[in-house]
Ligand binder design. Structure first.
Ligand SMILES: Nc1nc2c(ncn2[C@@H]2O[C@H](COP(=O)(O)OP(=O)(O)OP(=O)(O)O)[C@@H](O)[C@H]2O)c(=O)[nH]1
Length: 308
């Protein structure tokens, strides 16, 4: 196991010779804690987390600024066995992302045995140019003895550039992980301006927040059947008016999302609006419409329209 050294030292400032910049991403089986870790690192809610697998669909970049480095995090969905066109597109997206980054954090939860899924992903990473850092996540869920066992088990999976235990919930080792990842970035000029946190269009972030709110409480009934498109965001004085469509696959699902006397949709709107106001830092008027797009997961035209 190696520990990356400092990334140019204090006082290096933006000295061109010492500056590092590049791309990184977290991979791992569903529920490994990738989105939560990204959020903990960036300190702002920009990726979607949930207790159900495979909810992260969009590639979301978070730009992490340090005096002497810039780490651009790319968030990928989980790799899984494709059953629909959507599944295939997601896997293509994951592989493309992997081939373009400088450092990959392979997330393996501390509280679950190393399994087939972890071995599969490790094998897939073997041929890439990127440095692979094993990240043992959710360390707050296990005691020291169990963590030690897991670190050994993970180290035996492959010859990783480093193995770093971390807890996104307690914050333990989150900074250390960033130091380690940054250590594997190439010498490079700054890639993005100082004030940039993410280059994902605001509309996509807003759509993700609405989708998350719409899934709340109905994930078992509608696991992958909801897509959201933000049609318009219009600033009007102090507020932003947002018009969005929530797509489901069947009218029975439409009824679930709307709820009796539209009570559920109202809750969804309230919850989403609060999150969006936090994201945008301004008051928001949110207009939601629920529409049926039959079998959108299997239809290439619809998928393109819905942003996949
Ligand atoms: N206790 C604890 N729970 C965590 C930690 N990190 C993530 N979790 C939980 O683990 C679950 C999955 O986390 P996500 O971040 O959504 O996992 P993911 O790998 O992005 O999942 P997919 O989007 O399905 O690929 C959620 O319920 C999180 O709250 C952690 O450090 N400690």
């Amino acid at each position: 196991m190696t520990r990356a050294g400092s990334t140019g030292g204090r006082g290096a400032g933006k000295d061109a010779a010492a500056y590092r910049a590049g791309f990184g991403c977290f991979v791992g089986r569903p529920n490994a804690g990738k989105s939560t870790l990204t959020n903990a690192i960036v300190g702002q809610k920009i990726a979607i987390t949930s207790s159900k697998p495979q909810t992260t669909r969009h590639v979301i970049r978070a730009v992490l600024h340090r005096p002497d480095s810039q780490l651009v995090l790319v968030d990928t969905p989980g790799l899984h066995r494709p059953r629909t066109l959507l599944g295939e597109r997601l896997n293509d997206l994951v592989r493309t992302t992997w081939s373009e980054v400088d450092v990959i954090g392979l997330c393996i939860p501390a509280d679950e045995p190393v399994g087939r899924g972890d071995r599969f992903i490790t094998g897939e990473l073997a041929e890439l140019k990127a440095a692979v850092v094993a990240v043992v996540t959710k360390t707050d869920l296990v005691d020291k003895a169990r963590l030690a066992e897991q670190l050994v088990a993970v180290s035996e999976l492959a010859d990783f550039a480093a193995v770093v235990p971390v807890s996104a919930v307690s914050g333990h080792q989150v900074d250390t992980l960033v130091d380690v990842l940054t250590g594997y970035l190439p010498a490079s000029p700054q890639l993005y301006p100082d004030d940039m946190l993410t280059d994902e269009p605001e509309q996509v972030l807003v759509a993700e927040l609405i989708r998350e709110a719409a899934l709340e409480g109905v994930r078992d009934e509608l696991p992958h059947s909801i897509a959201v498109v933000v049609e318009e965001m219009i600033p009007e004085g102090e507020i932003i008016k947002i018009y969005a469509d929530v797509y489901v696959e069947r009218s029975s699902q439409k009824a679930i999302v709307i709820g009796a006397r539209a009570s559920r949709l109202k809750d969804v709107g309230t919850r989403a609006r609060r999150e969006i106001e936090q994201l945008l830092g301004t008051r928001v008027y949110l207009d939601l419409h629920v529409r049926v797009a039959k079998e959108w997961q299997r239809d290439p035209k619809q998928l393109r329209r819905l942003g996949f």
